[in-house]
Each structure stands twice: as structure tokens, then as C-alpha cells.
Design a protein. Structure first.
Length: 666
């Protein structure tokens, strides 16, 4: 403390700071109380600072002592920091801060905004291993902003480098303020002040006055005030000031000063060398439009729902206010709600719709004056509480989720949200969340509802049903599918029935050709067969009868297959069932169909002598008497020679194939 007798070493000059107890606490150092501290802070350590340190106390007389020595070892700092940036910058200029460290540092440097409470890292910075830079455009809000430079894993506050940014800007927010006010009485002193925000401070002010549209400079001064000792009517007018500093200047909006005569009794006195005489007193009455118009609320601007509210429009005027117009502004839209000769507006039972900005306009014979809007807020419990559901989302683990949000209209705003899940068979529902949003997963199906609560009360929402996979939900997809399937089956049944019916009609109206096979021995035989069709007999019956007439196969392989032609003689029927059709000069009843079939097989290129077995089928037609037709028709004969080396079973199979083909053709 005594630099003259005990000077500080030049090596520690400006680097050592005393941070111990105050000097007054050392007077009681020998008392039973806590001992004073004698601590120092050595900044900007160097390797040469390593060594032994001790404290020596020198008091009065022989009161002196020395503490034990402590050893200080200064190691190399692997992360030395340098923080570079402009000390002063002009508004709208670019500011660049650079935080550097050495390449041996294992941690990267970064820049923080110390002005912020949470000291968050600045955004928009460019960072690499050894350097971090941060740039921004300076504004007046950045004046006095403090930034720090440190490594990411630093825990020593003394290893932090700080820079305070100083921004210079021209005067902003220049305004004229009047004392005692802009409306002053005659002979009263008036002081006008020019206020502004600037850096550096305002160096000069220019005052201007506008009267009848003519502006003139009335004062240029280095101070920010303009004074009128005794106001007179000639001092009325528009006043403005222009503030200037080293960066630029800023001008205020004009403020109107009005000097008014004071009401009261006035008289005049005439005086000469012979004496004086006073005139009669006259009363001066000043009439003026409503001034200082304000809105007052009873019981207040914040009122509970269903409570009565009275708004009063107060004003100073002469003559008194004759009428008042009340206006209400809601969502930026102003409307006249009442025009009355009284100065009050009453709401018997306040509701949320009564909230808004209210203003009144007071009018008298001289003019009118309008108040500033006063905001009325009606306090009410939550209303219209409802739930909104987000789209169903598929989670990575295969589950589905839906986020629910609870919304409600209230004043003051909702302070607490609660989510509940309805529990089956329990008196109390399950509380699942106390936040405005809640996510429900597919494994948590059920009914959910929310409760919104504020100071005035609470309101429940309607429940929503989530992830309930019941049978009704499944049936709404299955029933339409089953209905479509039944229609398809019904169409197939109808088509099959109609096809079968058409086949049955064809068997009774057409002549069917039956082919029979028989095996012969190696001799010539001649067979005539006359078949007459009877009504209501099927092809199968006729075919079975034909087959019964065939001889059984013998052990000798047959070589000849005889073809039997059978003619079906139709019974007499009405002409409507058998319409005639001209074909080659004969009717359909006169026509005969022939079906010759030839099957030939060569057995291992051996020529075998085959005896021909001939079967004759006599085709006859029943006698019908008609006009212009002969009474009888000749019989037709046809001999078919068939050679086959196939066994009898193969012949039967071929017969079955022929039957199927004929059914297909019919």
C-alpha cells in the first residue's frame, strides 16, 4: 500500500489486485471473530511467476510476522486466447469479432453474448479448429453489448477474454417536453426541453417556431432547453428542436404551445400628474372546448363476468359538456355504441363480448375533445374447451400415435391444462398429463378429455375416442365386401339356370343324332334300325337302349367298327313348335342329317385283311298329310365302312367324347 517505501515490482505492475478483507477489519484481527483475509489476484500469469510466495505483516512497534511460504508452479497454457474486434463502430457498419487459440489446444474456441442472461452462444458464427468469427451489422441496440471468447471446455473465469462493443449513432427519438405543460396561462414561465438518445451525447440544439405557417429559428444553443420567463399570447405556436452530435442530427415533431388568458375580474387605472382613477371591474369569462378528457371505470377496468360496470367520461370545459359519444374498438374495428347527454355508460352484466377499447368524445358549444382509449377486460373462466387431433403417425417401433391439443377461450389465459383417461369401473379417471399437448399411442386406446383452468374456474372438453378396434369398425369394411360377393354368386346362378333351361328346350325341339358303336366278327352283316322318338325321353335313355342292343365284345380284337345311323322320328306337334324354313326346296321336317365317321389305324405297317361289317339304318319319316305335299317319302340308306384296330374300351371312350362334343354344339 505504500509504494514509496515498498514499491511494487515492475514484473507485477498492473497485474496484481488485492481482493482480501477491508483495512478496517484488520483492526480486530486479534479478536475471537473470523480472521480477515489478505488475498491477491495475479492476472496474466507468466512462466516467470513460478516460485515461492509469502505474506509479511508489518505493524506498529514489534508487531510484525510472516506467513508460511506457498509454491506457485505456472505451466504452459495449451489454449492461449486472443480476442480481436473494433473498440468503436458507427451505426450500420459491419462488426467482426475473432476469437483465436493455438493449434495445440484440444478444444475449439467460441464466442458468447455475455449481455444475455443465459450467455448463449451466438448464432451465425463461423468456426474451425483454431478460430471462430462472428459478424453483424451494428445498431444502437448493440451499444454496450459484451462478448466473450473462451474454449468450449473452459471452467476458469480468468481465462475468458471480453470485448465491449461501442456503437456511435446520431440522435434518435427526439421529442419536445414542456414544463409545466403545453397549455399555460398568461405571465407563467415556460421551459421547453429537447430530449434525445445519442452516442456521443448531443452537442448542439436548434429551436424553431412555426406561426401561421411560417417557420423561423429562434435559438441555437449547446444546451437542450429553451425558456420563456413570462408567457404571452404571442408565445403561442408550434415549437420543434433539432439535436446534433458528431455522427448526425435528428429532428423532433412539432409541439403546440397555447398561452391563455386567465379568467377573473379586470379593471384599468388611469393616472396623470393630478391623480388616478380606477375603472369598474369587469369579469373575464373564458370559454373553451372540453380538455383533459379521460375514461374512468367503476369498479375498474378489470371486471369479473356478470358484474355491473360503469364508465364515466370526465372533462374540463366551459361551458359544461352537453353531449358524450361513446365508442368501442374491437379487433381494430371502431363503432359508436352510445350517444347521450349524460357522461356515463353502464353495462349491467359484463360478459366476454364487453371486453375492448372504450373511448368517449365530450362536446360543448365551443368544440369537442376525445379521450385516449381505455381497455376493459372481463375476467371469465375457460369457455369453448375443445380438443384437436393431429393426423395419425406411424412410429419407428410399429406403433401408431396421435397428438392431442387442448384449446380454450378465457381471461386471464389458461394457466393449467390436465389430461384424463376414462377408467372403466373406477370412480376417478386417470390423470395422464399436465401439459397443453399430449401424445396417445395405439396401445393406450380409450376415451380422453382435457381440463382447462385459470383463476376464475375450469372447464372440461368433450371426450374423444382413440384406437378402439371394435367389431363395428371391422364390419364397416366386411359388410360391403360380402354384399358384392353375394351379388356375383347370384348372377352366376341365374346364368347357369338360364343355360340349363335353354339346353332342355333344345332337346325337345331338335332332332338328335345318336351314334352307336358295335363290334363285328370278320363277316359281313347288314342291320336296319328304325328309331322313333317318344316325348319326354332323354338322350341318355335312348343311348343306353342303343348300347344294350350291341353284342358284348369277344376275346378277338375287332378290326371293323360298324357305324349305326339312327333317325329320331319326332311326334306330331303343332306347327307353332316346328316352324317351317325353306332350304333347298324342302321343309325342315323333310331334311335328313348324315354323320359319317371314319377311324383308321395302321398296326406296325402290317396289312391285314378285313371283312366289312355293314350296318344299314333305315331312315323313315312318318306319314303326314299336307296340302301340295306327297303322302310318303322315300327311304334313305347309307352304308359306312369303318376300319379300326382299337379295342372296345377305346371305342366306348370315343363314344363318350362324341357325346360331350355334341352336347357342347347343342
Amino acid at each position: 500500500t505504500n509504494n514509496s517505501t515498498r514499491p511494487v515490482s515492475p514484473d507485477f505492475a498492473n497485474r496484481v489486485k488485492y481482493i482480501g478483507s477491508s483495512s478496517s477489519s484488520w483492526k480486530n484481527a486479534n479478536s475471537a471473530g473470523p480472521k480477515p483475509l489478505c488475498s491477491i489476484l495475479i492476472c496474466d500469469l507468466r512462466r516467470s511467476d513460478s516460485g515461492k510466495y509469502s505474506l509479511r505483516f508489518v505493524g506498529k512497534g514489534k508487531d510484525r510476522w510472516k506467513s508460511e511460504e506457498v509454491t506457485l508452479n505456472v505451466t504452459v497454457n495449451r489454449c492461449p486466447l486472443t480476442f480481436e474486434g473494433p473498440a468503436v463502430v458507427v451505426e450500420s457498419n459491419e462488426v467482426t469479432l475473432t476469437c483465436n487459440t493455438s493449434s495445440s489446444c484440444p478444444s475449439r474456441p467460441h464466442i458468447q453474448d455475455v449481455t444475455q442472461i443465459d450467455r448463449t452462444q451466438v448464432t451465425g458464427s463461423h468456426q474451425d479448429k483454431e478460430r471462430t468469427t462472428f459478424s453483424f451489422t451494428a445498431s444502437r441496440q448493440d451499444d454496450g453489448r459484451v462478448f466473450s471468447c473462451q474454449t468450449q471446455d473452459n471452467k476458469d473465469k480468468y481465462l475468458i477474454q471480453n470485448i465491449t462493443v461501442t456503437v456511435k449513432y446520431s440522435p434518435k427519438h427526439v421529442t419536445v417536453q414542456a414544463n409545466p405543460g403545453l397549455d399555460v396561462k398568461e405571465n407563467v414561465s415556460l421551459t421547453l426541453s429537447c430530449s434525445a438518445e445519442s452516442n456521443p451525447p448531443v452537442s448542439s440544439v436548434t429551436w424553431r417556431k412555426t406561426t401561421d405557417g411560417r417557420e423561423e429559428i429562434i435559438q441555437q444553443t449547446q444546451t437542450q432547453t429553451f425558456r420563456v420567463n413570462s408567457a404571452s399570447p404571442s408565445d403561442s405556436g408550434l415549437y420543434s428542436c433539432e439535436a446534433t452530435n458528431d455522427i448526425g442530427s435528428g429532428k423532433s415533431q412539432p409541439a403546440e404551445v397555447k398561452v391563455r388568458f386567465d379568467a377573473g375580474l379586470y379593471f384599468c387605472r388611469a393616472q396623470n400628474t393630478e391623480g388616478s382613477k380606477d375603472s369598474k371591474k369587469k369579469k373575464l369569462v373564458v370559454k373553451y372546448s372540453p380538455k383533459h378528457v379521460t375514461v374512468q371505470a367503476n369498479p375498474g377496468l378489470d371486471v369479473k363476468e356478470n358484474v355491473s360496470l360503469t364508465l364515466s367520461c370526465s372533462a374540463e370545459s366551459n361551458p359544461p359538456v352537453s353531449s358524450v359519444t361513446w365508442r368501442k374498438t374491437t379487433d381494430g374495428r371502431e363503432e359508436i355504441i352510445q350517444q347521450t347527454q349524460t357522461q356515463t355508460f353502464r353495462v349491467n352484466s359484463a360478459s366476454p363480448s364487453d371486453s375492448g377499447l372504450y373511448s368517449c368524445e365530450a362536446t360543448n358549444d365551443i368544440g369537442s375533445g376525445k379521450s385516449q382509449p381505455a381497455e376493459v377486460k372481463v375476467r371469465f373462466s375457460p369457455k369453448h374447451t375443445h380438443i384437436t387431433e393431429s393426423a395419425e403417425k406411424q412410429e419407428p417401433d410399429g406403433r401408431s400415435s396421435v397428438m392431442l391439443s387442448c384449446f380454450s377461450h378465457s381471461f386471464p389465459p389458461v394457466q393449467h391444462y390436465s389430461w384424463y383417461r376414462k377408467s372403466q369401473g373406477e370412480e376417478k379417471d386417470e390423470l395422464v398429463s399436465k401439459h397443453q399437448n399430449y401424445t396417445v399411442y395405439s396401445i393406450q386406446s380409450g376415451f380422453y378429455y382435457c381440463v382447462a383452468k385459470n383463476e376464475e374456474g375450469q372447464r372440461l372438453s368433450d371426450p374423444v375416442h382413440l384406437f378402439e378396434r371394435n367389431y363395428l369398425h371391422i364390419l364397416k369394411f366386411i359388410v360391403p365386401a360380402l354384399f358384392v360377393l353375394m351379388i356375383i354368386i347370384l348372377i352366376i346362378i341365374v346364368l347357369r339356370f338360364r343355360r340349363k333351361k335353354s339346353i332342355q328346350q333344345g332337346t325337345t325341339n331338335r332332332t338328335s343324332l345318336f351314334l352307336g358303336w358295335c363290334n363285328g366278327t370278320r363277316r359281313r352283316s347288314l342291320t336296319y334300325e328304325n328309331v322313333s322318338a317318344e316325348p319326354f325321353r332323354s338322350r341318355d335313355n335312348l343311348l343306353s337302349e342303343q348300347l344294350r342292343r350291341q353284342p358284348l365284345p369277344d376275346s378277338t380284337p375287332p378290326t371293323d367298327i360298324n357305324l349305326v345311323y339312327s333317325l329320331l322320328n319326332l311326334p306330331q306337334a303343332a306347327s307353332a313348335q316346328n316352324p317351317t324354313r325353306q332350304q333347298a326346296g324342302n321343309t325342315e321336317d323333310d331334311s335328313v342329317n348324315y354323320a359319317p365317321l371314319n377311324f383308321k389305324n395302321n398296326l406296325k405297317k402290317k396289312q391285314r385283311k378285313v371283312e366289312e361289317d355293314s350296318v344299314y339304318a333305315k331312315v323313315s319319316k312318318p306319314t303326314r298329310v299336307k296340302k301340295n305335299e306327297p303322302e310318303s317319302l322315300p327311304d334313305y340308306e347309307n352304308i359306312g365302312e369303318l376300319h379300326s384296330d382299337a379295342p372296345t374300351s377305346d371305342n366306348q371312350q370315343r363314344l363318350q367324347q362324341l357325346r360331350r362334343r355334341r352336347e357342347f354344339l347343342l
